[in-house]
Write a protein that binds this ligand. Structure first.
Ligand SMILES: CC(C)(COP(=O)(O)OP(=O)(O)OC[C@H]1O[C@@H](n2cnc3c(N)ncnc32)[C@H](O)[C@@H]1OP(=O)(O)O)[C@@H](O)C(=O)NCCC(=O)NCCS
Length: 194
């Protein structure tokens, strides 16, 4: 990733390296997703799965094996042939999907989480999904911050031990948080600018 100083010298423009690709999950990504565990801290795993686990749970890998890009969708971020990010959306009721996002520690706080969620949203809206829901642990400041960057003013409601965010897709997709660059073949290089 390159940090460029903007002309005003007051903001940093972050450009994710061209080598990072955000694309549709494919079952051939499963070994790469299993390997993400080696690059995830116990904290990141806990924040994603709400339980102490030494690795991405086998149940998630089984769930991913069933991805049909309709009831369940997933996108991955790939850098240097390694899967460094994963975002999923699973329909829970008509018009609604529950999302989960995971970025390996070394790639966190570089714009990937927001880019993955936006990519999921772009794919979900044409499939009749108008709202994402996200469950976040109250102490998970990075996730809460990332959500409010995409959905300014979003507030989670207390739902058992979590905060449940209801996130309408239309406002997100009409906003310009990201400047995506399309490349041939339907792949997307992500250029996240803030
Ligand atoms: C939550 C998560 C998906 C966010 O992805 P990410 O790529 O790190 O987030 P982004 O770079 O898009 O950052 C979005 C915002 O969150 C902030 N943020 C990211 N990591 C942060 C951290 N460790 N501490 C504080 N803020 C953080 C960023 O600063 C950014 O806000 P800004 O643009 O105003 O600076 C990622 O941190 C992660 O995988 N965490 C573990 C799993 C998890 O918590 N998943 C969410 C619950 S399903």
């Amino acid at each position: 990733m390159t940090d460029l100083l903007s002309p005003e010298k007051s903001t940093t423009v972050r450009v994710i390296a061209d080598a990072v690709t955000i694309r549709e999950f494919d079952s051939t990504d499963l070994p790469g997703i299993r390997a993400m565990s080696h690059h995830l801290s116990a904290r990141s795993l806990y924040q994603r799965f709400f339980a102490g686990t030494p690795a991405i749970p086998a149940a998630l890998l089984r769930q991913l094996a069933q991805v049909d890009h309709d009831r369940q969708d997933a996108v991955v971020a790939v850098a240097d042939h390694l899967v460094v990010g994963l975002a999923q959306a699973v329909r829970t009721e008509p018009g609604t999907a529950e999302i989960g996002v995971l970025v390996v520690d070394a790639w966190q706080n570089r714009g990937l989480g927001r880019t993955l969620v936006t990519a999921l949203a772009e794919r979900a809206l044409p499939r009749g999904i108008g709202e994402f829901r996200a469950s976040v642990l109250p102490g998970n400041e990075p996730a809460r911050h990332a959500l409010t960057r995409l959905w300014p003013g979003a507030v989670g409601s207390v739902d058992e031990d979590c905060l449940l965010y209801r996130l309408p897709l239309a406002p997100l997709l009409s906003a310009s948080h990201l400047a995506p660059a399309r490349v041939p073949g339907g792949l997307r290089r992500c250029v996240a600018v803030r």
